[in-house]
Design a protein around this ligand. Structure first.
Ligand code: GLC
Ligand code: CA
Length: 538
């Protein structure tokens, strides 16, 4: 049967927008974004044209890892508001036809979570086994060779009970033991808590790490490790053979999915880092796993048409028929896409690619106005990764306040925000770009609208077209009766492209937003970094 909006689900035809609540909008003048701020901006998001809003964690937390250290899975940190505010947010979002996806952090809690306080209190506490405790190695020292993503070893010794506990992030993020059935049941209850409140889905943090090798064997050295990495980057020097993507994680993924399936039409998204063959398994057998295992591959590609094409083609051919693709180009852990890909023109082209490929795109707040990496003076570094692994690794650069207007704190707050506002905010802000017809913001709006209105774009097939023009990525999206072609010039020079099998067509949209015309598809001229979306003549 033909794919269309009637047969697709909202997380297939819609676009996901990530909000980092700390940095979106501050309403109570403490320099930190809050849930009321998100509510205030729901109309903006609806008008932008996205379908779902994913919120990074707002749970009670000591904020050592800015909310990814959860002290209570079933609450809201007073810094962000209250449960009542959250309920209002869900209600107001639903009134506008928007879905709410929340972050769920199943791999670890904060060391301030009651569960961990109990677990560490004695070796025979009933919750001891809810975390991963081990004796020192024979002869002393760490139980195995694993490292923390944020630098240093993955083990911390607890003198009170004379054992080590595992943490692959900061030491204040002890890891849960998913082999314990009581822990699993308790975690599933936290999902139900939010599902009952009406959340439409979860983005599951480092879901591929929740289960470790039963014997916790040493990881082998990584032959491709960066030789210039700091000495404490133990994690980066090892392969992830025994700490990620274990075969037996998939039965747990099925259990998690079954909890979501107790409710109508909810969506499971997972943060996953592994290679394609390991990654694709998270869709489950016949689709009983995650709906959308995040696909970050394009984010890590060099700025090169061929690299992008190879990445998309290998993804398309790895997917079983029931699996729905998805693409991510930016999030709260990576440099801003406009900075990573080299500038604003590149960011415009990237937007067209992201929003015209087959599968669900996820947008990161501020990318729609081309926000660039913030400049963070060393003494203002907040992120533990930046503090431990060096200023050039700090994720603060992509977490700066959203730029709403050109007032002193960019309309984010009336007091100094927790991170400095990005340098270009005077022109890179929503208000200015709203008024400028060819702005990045209006390009995003147009792309989102076209994607929504075109069956070929939101549900058609994908096929790469081979062209001889250097550094151009051209593909066809097609559903019965409708064809769209995206022709993307990744080079900084003008290119002439001959689109195979096509004579004439209409340019529906250019990334420069300055042409809508009939063109000869045998000699299509693309300006530097220009992308066009075409409707070929039959
Ligand atoms: C994920 C999050 C990241 C966090 C880490 C630990 O990678 O995206 O922000 O620091 O997990 O929870
Ligand atoms: Ca606030």
């Amino acid at each position: 049967m033909q794919n269309n909006k009637n047969t697709l689900r909202w997380w297939q035809y819609g676009v996901v927008y990530q909000v980092y609540p700390r940095s979106f909008k501050d309403t109570n003048r403490d320099g930190i974004g809050d849930l009321k701020g998100v509510i205030e901006k729901l109309d903006y998001l609806r008008e932008l044209g996205v379908q779902a809003v994913w919120l990074s964690p707002f749970y009670p937390s000591p904020m050592v890892d800015f909310g990814y250290d959860v002290a209570d899975y079933c609450g809201v940190d007073p810094m962000f508001g209250s449960l009542e505010d959250f309920d209002t947010l869900v209600k107001e979002a639903h009134l506008r036809g928007l879905k709410i996806i929340i972050d769920w952090v199943p791999n670890h809690t904060s060391d301030q979570h009651d569960w961990f306080k109990e677990s560490r209190s004695s070796r025979d506490n009933p919750k001891r086994d809810w975390y991963i405790w081990r004796d020192p190695a024979p002869g002393g020292g760490f139980p195995n060779n694993w490292g923390s993503v944020f630098g240093g070893p993955a083990w911390t010794f607890d003198p009170h009970t004379e054992q080590y506990y595992l943490h692959q992030f900061v030491s204040e993020q002890p890891e849960l033991n998913w082999r314990n059935p009581e822990l699993r049941a308790a975690m599933y209850e936290t999902l139900r808590f939010w599902l009952r409140r009406g959340v439409d889905g979860f983005r599951m943090d480092v879901i591929g790490m929740i289960l470790k090798d039963e014997q916790l064997r040493d990881n082998p050295p990584n032959p491709h490790a960066n030789p210039h990495a700091p000495a404490n980057d133990i994690f980066g020097r090892l392969l992830t053979t025994y700490n990620m993507d274990q075969d037996d994680v998939h039965s747990i993924i099925r259990e998690i999915r079954a909890v979501l399936d107790e409710f109508d039409d909810r969506c499971a998204i997972g943060e996953l880092w592994g290679e394609l063959p390991r990654w694709v398994r998270y869709y489950g057998e016949n689709g009983n796993g995650l709906h959308l295992p995040f696909n970050f591959r394009l984010m890590w590609e060099p700025w090169q048409a061929e690299a992008m094409r190879r990445s998309v083609d290998s993804l398309e051919s790895a997917l079983p028929p029931f699996a729905w693709p998805n693409y991510v180009l930016g999030n709260h852990d990576q440099p801003r896409l406009a900075s990573r890909f080299g500038g604003q023109p590149q960011a415009r082209l990237a937007a067209m690619m992201l929003l015209t490929l087959r599968g669900t795109p996820t947008l990161y707040y501020g990318d729609e106005i081309g926000m660039e990496n913030g400049i963070i003076p060393p003494e203002k570094i907040q992120d533990p990764q930046g503090k431990n692994l060096g200023a050039e690794r700090t994720r603060d650069v992509c977490r700066t306040p959203m730029q709403w207007d050109d007032s002193p704190f960019a309309g984010f707050s009336s007091v100094e925000p927790w991170l400095p506002v990005e340098a270009g905010y005077a022109s890179r802000n929503i208000k200015a770009q709203d008024a400028e017809p060819a702005s990045m913001l209006n390009l995003y709006r147009r792309l989102l609208q076209m994607r929504q209105e075109s069956p070929a774009l939101h549900s058609g097939g994908y096929e790469a077209l081979t062209v001889s023009a250097e550094n151009c990525f051209v593909y066809r999206r097609q559903v019965q009766g409708e064809i769209r072609i995206a022709a993307l010039n990744f080079s900084s020079e003008t290119r002439q492209v001959a689109i195979p099998g096509q004579k004439r067509g209409t340019v529906l949209l250019s990334t420069n937003m300055d042409r809508q015309e009939t063109v000869d598809l045998g000699a299509l001229v693309l300006r530097p970094f220009e992308g066009v979306l075409l409707a070929p003549e039959a």
